[in-house]
Design a protein around this ligand. Structure first.
Ligand SMILES: Cc1ncc(COP(=O)(O)O)c(C=O)c1O
Length: 377
């Protein structure tokens, strides 16, 4: 089945009781037992819930994984994943990452004795250099947030072949619609389901999708123990959001391409970072490992004053954190998503005061360009 149909129908079982074509919301914390030592498959919603289970099947199918675990947010998903590692383990991570993930690594994982070393994962030689005997995983954001570096996922798989090192890919920006890292060699895929999967800026969610049942079982034990599960109502909203994932991704990408081309020609715009522009250094790699470029654009303007005035002047575009929803959002990474990254480190990575990040939505592209044009005037 093609991914567009999978998004709409999932596994298409329907509701066995009523035939309802939309998944019922099982808003129940607990489930009765038919007899002592017997269960209908559901005991308590921290362990499993029928609405959430349906969502997990759908996401596992979209990512071509064996299991998907639906968490209460993307950060909840990353947090329980980190529980797999032990004191003394060494992890490599993309040096340009979502600020919340960096905060988790630097303030919680390190405290728990896990050594995190940041590396430009788009450079395979650097990864090779940084690997140690106790390296247990490589954590890749693809593309990275906000600088849009792309990692050669098959290259990483080849580099780590025969080594017991987990390849973890945060696939939030491209979504399974444009890239499926498990098919390229990753062991675990992460999502902030809050973004493209939910798609409407109305629900927090996160996913861990695993290549094998074994890793899935290990994570489910941590999941049911920690209890960061997604509620039934939110699971329903995610199922509903995913039905239009294909349409939204196509439309957003179409808009993003036009906006990136407009920005590239604007005299006040110094640099545009968009995977779909031939000027992107990994344009060819993106074409090879993804079926699309997504709708995230970062760009620098000529001064901090211009950046601030664009943020204040946009009208249709909303100055807000987050991404992946139907509304176009404009973010100032240095002041919002990446404030916890030390200033010197931010500067080194290019997250300057003149950098803006645009999550392109589904509005009319001419309206969006007109809004940017007047904000940049
Ligand atoms: C790439 C990426 N991963 C993970 C997260 C965390 O997700 P959540 O906000 O759902 O906790 C974000 C949030 O912006 C993100 O951009």
């Amino acid at each position: 089945m093609h991914i567009q149909s999978k998004c709409v129908h999932g596994r298409q079982e329907g509701d066995p009781l009523t035939g309802a074509i939309c998944t019922p919301i099982y808003q129940s914390a607990t489930f009765s037992h038919p007899g002592v030592g017997e269960s209908k498959g559901y005991d308590y919603s921290r362990l499993q819930n029928p609405t959430r289970e349906k969502l997990e099947y759908i996401v596992a199918d979209l990512e071509e994984g064996k299991d998907a675990i639906a968490c209460s947010s993307g950060m909840a998903a990353v947090s329980i994943l980190m529980e797999v590692f032990q004191r003394g383990d060494h992890l490599l991570a993309s040096e340009d990452l979502y600020g919340g993930t960096i905060r988790l690594f630097n303030s919680i994982s390190q405290k728990n004795g896990i050594e995190i070393e940041y590396v430009d994962t788009s450079d395979l030689l650097l990864i090779k250099e940084k690997m140690k005997a106790n390296t247990k995983a490589i954590f890749i954001e693809n593309p990275t947030n906000p600088m849009m570096h792309v990692t050669d996922l098959v290259g990483v798989k080849d580099l780590l072949a025969q080594k017991d090192i987990l390849i973890i890919v945060d696939n939030t920006f491209l979504s399974p619609y444009y890239c499926r890292p498990l098919t390229l060699g990753a062991d675990i895929v992460l999502h902030s389901g809050t973004k493209y999967l939910g798609g409407h800026n109305d629900t927090l969610a996160g996913f861990i999708v695993t290549k094998t049942k074994e890793i899935g079982e290990k994570l489910r034990f941590i999941y049911k123990t920690v209890g960061c599960c997604l509620g039934a109502m939110d699971s329903y909203l995610l199922i509903r959001g995913i039905k239009t994932l294909a349409l939204r991704m196509e439309r957003m990408q179409e808009n993003a391409m036009k906006i990136a081309q407009f920005l590239e020609k604007h005299p006040k715009v110094k640099k545009v970072y968009y995977l779909g522009l031939p000027s992107h250094p990994q344009y060819a790699l993106s074409q090879k490992q993804s079926s699309g470029f997504g709708a995230m654009i970062s760009f620098t303007v000529d001064s901090k004053d211009t950046a601030m005035s664009v943020l204040e002047k946009v009208q249709l575009i909303i100055f807000a954190e987050s991404l992946g929803g139907v509304e176009t959002l404009l973010t100032h990474p240095a002041k919002q998503t990446h404030t916890d990254v030390p200033a010197a480190e931010r500067e080194k990575r290019g997250i300057s005061d003149t950098l803006l990040r645009l999550s392109v939505g589904i509005e009319n592209s001419e309206d969006l360009i007109a809004d940017l044009k007047s904000a940049l005037a």
